[in-house]
Design a protein around this ligand. Sequence first.
Ligand code: 5GP
Length: 190
Amino acid sequence: MKLLEERILSDGIAVNEHILKVDSFINHQVDPQLMQEVGNEFASHFKEKGITKVATIESSGISPAIMTALALNVPLIIMKKQPSRILTPDVYQTVVTSYTKGTNYELTLSHKYITEEDHVLIIDDFLANGEAATGAVRLIRKAHATIAGIGVLVEKSFEPGHDKLAQQGIEVYALARIAKMGEGFVDFAR
Ligand code: 5GP
């Protein structure tokens, strides 16, 4: 998506070869118009998949995910990050390692908001090692629901997330794919 690539080049900050800061338009301050374009793009790409729900992981995935859910006219479910296991029988939980913090959390989803009839589109801001996305996939599978695909704004294609998901037969649609980056530069995959 040209609009997102241009915005990354103008306002993104490549801190080093692994971390891209997008605080001014995605992660801290949010550009709603850009998120609307993003949501429309995901909705149009996945429109034939019979999606019944959009799912995301709190908190940075929420703004693109809500716009996607709005465009598809389906509910959004937000998977919660809990520091430790909840000992109640009415939630699905799985351990995920945070890319940016290096710590573990329990990704949590209530049984109430997903059924085996659901076709779920997962939306997140970044795909790097695929920890967050594969955690979301595990929760949806625990509920015996169907994974319709994964949409991410930025895929760091030099990290293993995309391949991990593709190996499981899951379609990943990334709006910007970074082949390489380093302090002060970003190269997109073509
Ligand atoms: P993964 O679980 O695929 O390793 O990493 C994805 C998660 O880590 C995303 O939900 C995102 O919040 C965070 N993340 C990974 N790489 C970056 C990055 O370069 N910049 C920012 N801002 N977040 C990232």
